[in-house]
Design a protein around this ligand. Sequence first.
Ligand code: BGC
Length: 467
Amino acid sequence: MAAGGVSGVRKRRRFVNTAAAITATGGLLFGYDTGVISGALLFIRQDFAPLSPFMEGIIVSFLLVGAVIGAVSGGPISDRFGRRPTVLIAAVIFGIGALAVAFSPSVFILVFGRLILGLGVGLASMIVPLYIAEIAPADRRGALVSLNQLMITIGILLSYIVGVIFAPVEGWRYMFGVAIVPAIILGVGMFRLPESPRWLFENGRIDRAREVLGRTRSEQEIELEFKEMEEIKNQERNRARVSYRELLEPYVRPMLIIGIGLAVFQQITGINTVIYYAPTILQGVGFSEGGAIAATALGVGVVNVGFTILAVYLIDRVGRKPLLIVGLIGMVVSLTLLGFVFATGGSSGVTGVLATACLGLYIASFAISLGPVFWLMISEIYPLRIRGTAMSVASLANWGSNFLVALSFPIILAGFGGAGAFWLFAVLGIVAWVFVYLKVPETKGRTLEQIEAGFRGVEVAGSRRVR
Ligand code: BGC
């Protein structure tokens, strides 16, 4: 029985908040493990000297290779065995990866450890938003799922800070090793959390689904959501197990295009190159080396966290689409200006201030739009039956594009120069804006079933058409 009255509401709210916060530790590990390499590489290079540039590239990029594999496997595992076991697997993988890298006696084990960490990152990137979306009430789903993105940005920032702390003792092993702490928190915390009610429902464990939903919803809301889930289920022919082939069915296609589109645009508008090249960008316009490098990295990290907090606040109030529309404009404007700063090639004080302002505007604009909204939307738009598998495809597109951008950026830079690279990202930002404007629906305030009904072109208990 769901508890009634004010204390019941508070209790349910507390449960959902706690569950989201624990699960979002997976986001923290995602951010930390992707960010930590930039501070550690310098010392790894010394410890394993001579390290060829090729081997360095392998150490850096094998995390992305692992992430691609993790993202692809996560969906089918979570559709078949449940969301909770998938998060638990991610926690164990994060733990093993942290230890493997921290204690690596050779470059070979180090690369292996990075691959394992990548598996964890890829898995977490899709399963964390999925789990949170499925337990969250519709009116707070945006904020709760976006806690994941907030934790990603905090993880990146922490990785810079830990990098600065351990730099004096050249402690790259500690930098990786400390990630064992959030991995344990995620594992132990998740162990105490229930399976997602929607997954339970889909797999015929109706009583347990009702019980879990009772911890997060009022009786009335439970009835409504159950009715919606049943109506959606009745729409489906009796089909056996989910397969990747099902993703090609006509009614799924628009959602697939939206997920993949947002995934690719999140990466090809340059976020990771800007994050990692920020110190170089500022050096290029006259900033000094050394302390300035650490300071810019921290500055970028802080702006990213700060504006993600703003996004968490806004996302259920103004909706997802307005954030995308406004944020993308900010990204395009800042990238265009950055291009001009580079094209004019000055290194005066004014140029430095302008470049810093553009960088800040770009990060802030990403943080309120493509950053959180992509991961949120792919947890919302897919039908329950194939949600995990479809999210895997979108995450795969994201990690694949991340990898390709990382590989091609040096080539683009050599071919077009800094200005050309920023303008290229700006043009892609304009294409992204048009895509969002034309294709992306608003999902604010709707239950997952109402969103699904909208795509299927049917009505459920409390639904309006999505588009
Ligand atoms: C992206 C990452 C990026 C991070 C920056 C995430 O949403 O998927 O690629 O590094 O945001 O905040």
